[in-house]
Ligand binder design. Structure first.
Ligand code: F6P
Length: 327
């Protein structure tokens, strides 16, 4: 491959996601396979600004494929939002001789990289790593499958106790702006209702749904709520329900950050491996200024402009399925 790229910097940024380590490993080993040098930048843009950069080799990424979190650590950097911060980052890259970048993260990471790419022209490519699955241009992001499995595992356990006590549970899952984890884990966990930011269900409709269940002798129910629900979080909803109806014994579980950790599933490890290889090959083949995605099980490269400020629309078919099955 004819290219000017010889020193690749890799970093993780934004919320961590299971499978990020598998992606780092794939980026490092693919770079070395193509006889390029590769450097890890710690704590995302924060490390770039501080010059926290280390050379990586094949053995530096041994025994990490199966580990959650990110060995490079991560951060959400406020300083990188400033021109001065980005200039410091650029100067540090130059000092280390890094001539190209692979970023693993979510929408905030990509927005930062788009600005940086426009300002300094460092050849860059992104890999979508976030549990939220909210990135346009890819069917799946790294970490979503693992987080959804974690949520389903928790929902199954809560179901056992909910049935035993005839209780109504509100289970809150992550997803500030996205209902993907809620929708998929809600279907897989048999929720009676799934409340997501993308849907317009009203509180009255939700009350009616529970009343219907009461008529058919349903004694316990699970409602899965995405963190970013427009009707409020699990706590708010539980309060509204208890004010309206004291028939139900209501409990709330907020799954929180446990969804971000743990061993990545087989699916996330394979996805991360494919995307890591594709990112380096994309860089070497002139596909800079893009994000690697997977569409219909094939690798695609999306220009930054088509992913930044766009959302991954929720799958309406999944919403329809959830409604049919929750009667
Ligand atoms: O972007 C992933 C995510 O886990 C969201 O679902 C959640 O809203 C957010 O990160 C939490 O961020 P932090 O860990 O910074 O509190």
């Amino acid at each position: 491959m004819e290219t000017n790229i010889s020193k690749i910097g890799v970093f993780t940024s934004g919320g961590d996601a299971p499978g990020m380590n598998a992606a780092i490993r794939a980026v490092v080993r693919t770079s070395i396979y193509y006889k390029k040098e590769v450097f890890g930048i710690t704590q995302g843009y924060e490390g770039m600004i501080a010059g926290d950069i280390v050379k990586l080799g094949t053995r530096s990424v041994g025994n990490i494929l199966q580990r959650g979190g990110t060995i490079l650590k991560t951060a959400r950097s406020l300083e990188f939002k400033t021109k001065e911060g980005r200039k410091k980052a650029y100067d540090n890259l130059k000092k280390s001789g890094i001539d190209s970048l692979v970023a693993i993260g979510g929408d905030g990471t990509f927005t930062g990289l788009t600005v940086f790419y426009e300002e300094f022209g460092v050849p860059s490519i992104c890999i979508p790593g976030t549990i939220d699955n909210d990135i346009a241009g890819t069917d799946y992001t790294i970490g979503f499958d693992t987080a959804s499995n974690t949520a389903v595992d928790a929902i199954d356990k809560i179901r056992d106790t909910a049935i035993s006590h005839n209780r109504l549970f509100f289970i809150e899952v992550m997803g500030r702006n996205s209902g993907y984890i809620a929708l998929n884990s809600g279907i897989a966990g048999g929720a009676v209702a799934i409340i997501i930011p993308e849907d317009n269900i009203t509180i009255e409709e939700l009350f009616a749904k529970l009343d219907e269940g009461g008529k058919t002798n349903k004694k316990s129910s699970l409602i899965v709520v995405a963190e970013g629900s427009k009707l409020g979080g699990a706590m708010d909803l539980a309060k509204k329900f208890s004010e309206r109806n004291n028939y139900f014994d209501i409990k709330v579980t907020i799954l929180g950050h446990l969804q971000r950790g743990g061993t990545p599933t087989y699916f996330d490890r394979v996805l991360a491996s494919k995307m890591g290889v594709a990112a380096v090959e994309g860089l070497l083949n002139g596909k800079q200024g893009t994000m690697v995605g997977i569409r219909d099980n094939k690798i695609v490269y999306n220009p930054f402009a088509t992913i930044v400020n766009h959302v991954h629309d929720i799958d309406n078919e999944m919403l329809r399925i959830a409604k049919i099955l929750s009667i």
